[in-house]
Design a protein around this ligand. Structure first.
Ligand SMILES: [Zn+2]
Length: 227
């Protein structure tokens, strides 16, 4: 059974399912950010990854499936990934977790948004700072935090080794990588971060911050940014 293929073939629009968990993708905001809800099927515990904005389709997915959101996690704190933090933190009364080195980025996000002509609600302060090797429990699933600086100083990826699921934020995209030329970006750091991802199994399903899902194996072969 090719797990990655199952992951990457949505059952219905945006829904990726493998029995024990669900990954539901919502494309939200002007920069078409992927917001994901990861669900541990047995316990119905869920995390919201990168709520770019509040969106009624996210609310109704969570509410109609009786999910218990346990945390909101930002893979990094650019404005197009954090606009829904305030809304979902208040709605579900849960902790907001971000990469340790992205605190400045988070504090600046609503100002940065203005430069792009976008209005977002200022994010509440994070409750949890994530460091490399930290673990986020979602029911029976355990996400390891991989610190992947380069796109921003505090960018993180979330990896579930049992299910082989990676939320890669704006570090790794389908046949591309995140920009390193924005404030806080660092090309050599990004390249070192990609090396950390490419030791994961080839059939790891990768859910990036923008665009289509991919796999580690596919990116190893076809990503033009790899040395
Ligand atoms: Zn970004």
């Amino acid at each position: 059974m090719n797990i990655a293929k199952l992951h990457l073939k949505p059952l219905v629009e945006g829904l990726f399912y493998l029995g024990e968990f669900m990954v539901k993708r919502f494309v939200v905001g002007g920069l078409l950010t992927n917001c994901y809800v990861y669900v541990d099927d047995e316990t119905k515990e869920a995390i919201i990854v990168d709520p770019a904005e509040s969106d009624s389709s996210i609310d109704s997915f969570v509410d109609s499936n009786g999910l218990r959101v346990v945390a909101i996690v930002n893979t990094h704190c650019h404005f197009d990934h954090v606009g829904g933090n305030a809304y979902y933190k208040e709605k579900y009364g849960v902790s907001l977790a971000i990469g340790y080195y992205d605190i400045n980025c988070l504090e600046m996000a609503h100002l940065e948004a203005r430069i792009f002509g976008v209005g977002i609600k200022q994010s509440p302060k994070p409750d949890i700072f994530l460091n490399d090797g930290d673990v986020i429990n979602v029911g029976n699933s355990k996400f390891s935090v991989i610190h992947t600086p380069g796109h921003t100083p505090g960018s993180i990826c979330l990896y579930e080794s049992k299910e082989k699921v990676l939320f890669s934020g704006d570090t790794l995209f389908f046949e591309s990588v995140g920009r390193w030329d924005l404030p806080g970006g660092d090309y050599s750091a990004l390249m070192r971060s990609l090396e950390k991802l490419f030791i994961l199994p080839d059939d790891t399903a990768v859910y990036p911050g923008h665009g289509d899902p991919t796999t580690i194996g596919h990116e190893k072969r076809y990503n033009p940014f790899l040395k």
